[in-house]
Design a protein around this ligand. Structure first.
Ligand code: GLC
Length: 431
């Protein structure tokens, strides 16, 4: 093997010399040095790193692994845009990215399309990491057809964040109607431009916001057997409440252009007493370099409808590109990032909720994110509502996004939106 390498290097140098290339000797030497050092550079991509937590994980890995250097490539904040960028890249067999973060809704599709390295062989050989140590819901979200396609990195669950200096703990809204009242009451007070922030753009996050309203009234898209059961009085009530909230004066007029980024920015600028967002919001709001509301944030479950409170289950996992030229090195990084050390950094610097239950016993993590230890949060992780699991999820999501958007724009009534969803979902799922 070594002999062959040396031979090919010699051959390369020879070709360069006889082709009369003037820089041949310098570039040849450089290549030789690189071979000796054997530093492998891999590219890791993920969506917007709003808290800087991901950069910290990469830095730490690079420090500990001089022979493997990870370059971080930031992708768009919108998960749908990220998804489409990956599909284009991987359909073309691109190896430009080695490791990437996958939204919890992608593994089935990506595994079936052949974009991912199956991780079971690494897991079998590597005694450092055991799937039993992970949250089993998160593990199963990353498996498909009995194989493991990614490692769970963090769990997301929808939460209500409020300004402790404006809303007393016993006045935190517990139902959607209380939320509407509180948002209206507080808008305009203490320089509050808005009363409530959410994500209502036509994109994946609208599906998450929608699931939370719909589930809190007892509605569902599919039943446990995957049958479309969306057309129910419960779903209609949930959609109607969502429309009521998203169109009230206390939310920004342009809330239908808001994804996480716009909503979290308005919140950390101190423009609203209430926001629906994922756990990272806590870290961002407590970051003195970015936020005007440090130490002023409380965390609560999302408001309840007739059937109780419900949160969407989100989260991200890490996988390896099937076309990567550095799979072994890629695995080393995946292992660090999704292992206890990487997840601890994510929790400390990004309020990313670990997928390793033992980390909720870690003093430093809890000190930084006290809400992680609360019973309500722990229960929320177990009961958060997943989105439908199917290899053609993007089509399912598109139907839901379009109909919820039309309902918020009042182009259709909640009843019509739900009827349309029923028809379209049945068509997409072949029912
Ligand atoms: C968060 C969730 C992810 C979801 C996305 C929607 O990133 O973790 O699962 O799809 O938000 O915007």
């Amino acid at each position: 093997m070594l002999k062959m390498k040396a031979l090919s290097l010699l051959l390369m140098a020879f070709v360069l010399v006889i082709s009369g290339c003037s820089s041949s000797s310098t570039s040849g030497e450089k290549r030789n040095e690189e071979e000796k050092d054997e530093v492998v550079t891999i590219v890791y991509s993920k969506g917007q790193d709003a808290t800087g937590g991901t950069k910290k994980i990469v830095e730490e890995f690079n420090k500990r692994n001089p022979k493997i250097q990870v370059k971080f490539r930031e992708m768009p904040a919108d998960t749908g845009q990220q998804h489409d960028a990956y599909v284009t890249m991987f359909n073309g067999g691109s190896s430009e990215i080695d490791v990437m973060e996958l939204d919890t809704i992608w593994p089935a599709e990506f595994a079936q399309a052949g974009y991912l390295v199956e991780l079971d062989r690494f897991l079998q050989q590597d005694k450092d990491i055991k799937l039993e140590d992970y949250n089993q819901r998160a593990v199963s979200a990353a498996s498909f057809n009995g194989k493991q396609w990614a490692m769970p990195k963090y769990i997301d669950t929808g939460l209500l964040f409020y300004r402790k200096d404006i809303i007393a703990e016993n006045e935190v809204p517990k139902t959607w109607d209380e939320l509407i009242a509180s948002a209206k009451e507080n808008q305009g007070k203490n320089g509050m431009k808005y009363g409530y922030l959410m994500q209502a753009k036509q994109y994946e996050g609208l599906v998450c916001n929608g699931i939370e309203f719909i589930s809190s009234y007892g509605g569902k898209f599919l039943d446990d057997n995957g049958k479309v059961v969306v057309n129910s009085p419960e779903t209609i009530k949930g959609v109607a409440k969502m429309v009521e909230v998203a169109t009230m004066d206390a939310v920004p007029d342009n809330v239908t252009t808001f994804i996480e980024q716009e909503s979290h920015t308005a919140f950390i600028e101190g423009q609203s007493p209430l926001i629906r967002n994922w756990p990272y919001q806590y870290s961002l709001a407590n970051d003195p370099e970015q936020s005007k509301i440090v130490d002023k944030i409380g965390v609560a479950p999302l408001p309840a409808g007739d059937a109780g409170t419900a949160a969407a289950l989100g989260g991200w996992m890490t996988g390896i590109n099937k076309f990567s030229k550095h799979k072994k090195e890629a695995w080393e990084f995946v292992k660090f990032m999704t292992g206890p050390e990487g997840q601890k950094i994510g929790a400390l610097y990004g309020a990313l909720a670990p997928t390793i239950p033992a980390l909720y016993e870690d003093k430093e993590i809890i000190e930084k994110n006290p809400f992680f230890a609360e019973e309500g949060f722990q229960k929320g992780l177990e009961t958060a509502v997943p989105r439908p699991v199917t290899a053609n999820y993007p089509e399912v999501s598109e139907v839901i996004q379009i109909e919820l958007s039309k309902a918020i724009a009042k182009e259709v009534t909640p009843e019509q939106a739900v009827q349309n969803m029923e028809k379209e979902l049945k068509a997409v799922l072949g029912q």
